[in-house]
Design a protein around this ligand. Sequence first.
Ligand code: 13P
Ligand code: ZN
Length: 277
Amino acid sequence: MSLTYIQHKIPFVREMMEVTRNLWEMGWGERNGGNISYLLAEEEVETYIDVTNVKRSLALEFPVVDLAGKYFIVSGTGKYFKNVVFNPEENLGVIRVAKDGKAIDIVWGYEDGSRPTSELAAHFMSHMERLKQDPNHRIILHTHATNSLAMTFVHDLDEKLFTKTLWQMCTECLVVFPDGVGVIPWIVPGTNKIGEITAEKMKDHRVVIWPQHGIFGAGRTMDETFGLIETVEKAAQIYMLINSHQGGIKQSLTDQELLDLAETFSVIPVAGILEAK
Ligand code: 13P
Ligand code: ZN
């Protein structure tokens, strides 16, 4: 299916249809792999949806008072990204966080009785953290980006070393993510614990790597968030390519070259990684 034919009367639903399709086409969204939540403005939702018509309410195991009254469109648990474009009303849902932050109201979607992603804790906790850092923040995107995942088997998981390697792989990486990547230990997914630890990393980074699992990205728009993950994944791909090359690495970007880049593009690299000569 060509993306040109993806249409929906609700613009934020169409954006979700497009991004889930793109993630699947990249090969990062096998089966039900990955999930997305997108913070929506109340007016934006009310233009298209009758928000007084609550279809179902679900209790949250983790209270999110900071998000009280906020609306999100969220991918459903167990849903295949491959299929979202054919049936958005079953695979996606629009939810509103209750006033006490202890429940959510479903106001659109999940029409087959489904519910939001099992990673909702990690999404909500990450949203709360990113909103403290950036009032324009809106999106949390989790995907099983192939090379980023592969790299966690063969590279040191120290996040400073991980970040530096990624910066060295493509000249523009440092400019796209000067805040580096956070790396957490392996933790059982779908738990409050992985949510809390991911959100802690989101204080300083818009990208968090889940070893042997995938990647979490945060951003203001779908393009920006997808582009951020794409850039990390491209760097990881280069790393995996050159590591399987018999001849080994003959040259790379030096600290000084990366610092020159940061100066030219007016970005501040996260501290403690690069050393000036
Ligand atoms: P969901 O289907 O619940 O979104 O889970 C997919 C996933 O990637 C878990 O980490
Ligand atoms: Zn996952």
